[in-house]
Design a protein around this ligand. Sequence first.
Ligand code: KG4
Length: 317
Amino acid sequence: MKDKILLSIETSCDDTSLAIFKNNKLLSLKSATSLNEYQKYGGIIPEIAARSHEKNINLVLNECLKFSEIKKEDITDIAYTALPGLPGSLHVGKVYAKTLSYLLNANLIPVDHMMGHAFSFSIDNDNEIKYPFLSLVISGGNTILYLFKSSRKYIILNQTTDDAVGECLDKIGRALNLPYPGGISLDKIYNQKKSNLKCIPHLNENKSFSFSGIKSFATNCINTCKMKKTKLDSVALGSTCLKWCIDDLLMKVKFYAKKYSIKDIAIGGGVAANNLLNNEIKKIKDFNFFITEKKYCGDNAAMIGQYVILSNYKTII
Ligand code: KG4
């Protein structure tokens, strides 16, 4: 029988990422990023991201083919991130996938980026999760808690009403003059002993995710220090804000897991790489956590291909 060679393409934000699977086994994952270009702006510039995808995508494909020792003529299926994401960035990936599928006569499979993150825990992971399970996706653009009944059937239990948690951390990092992205910077400077500033908004397990309050708390503290000409303890403020975000995420996840009598909980997305989150999870004994491996937390094409495989090549979009 002919080998099934799946090429997956992820270009929803700043990472140009491609992966190749042979008969559902990951052979290669290669990425290029334009992240360094955003240091001076403190955030992603969509136009730069789209242009950098267009510049890098052929190079990344060639690297992927070389590493996996596959000829492009052997590709049978092409999956690409169709949504959500930056329109210009998504467009580059979509047009590239469509053109290749036409030229190579390969099946074209659009994928929801969020499903990629929601199932990214299963890449290179032999531990089987049991349905129904919860999957928390925490990234720069989204904070969503899903309940999956199967790979193609889910309900959304909770999502942010304003900023995504990663976006909130990035904005706090920028206000504190930390290197971009702020989420990673706050992870690095986190100090438990200093993470207990007063006046933290009240946490409520039953309410929707919302992170704009903590962002306002941070900017108010910074402005008050400026006005009163007092010294700001950036580590204390950054650590307190990070702790508040992580506590809120875990409290709500536990609330819903208990409410729906669910044992297995998956976590994916860029913020899933956070050390405080991972340490706090180790202390929780009542549930089985499936945390995405750090190298698959950020946007990557392996998660796009993995979801196609888990959904038996019948994605929902
Ligand atoms: O999943 P991702 O790469 O892109 C989106 O789809 O948004 O997530 C990027 C987000 C950024 O907000 C970044 O600050 C955050 O993930 N992030 C982290 C860590 N690594 C990345 N936040 C906290 N701790 C980290 N170690």
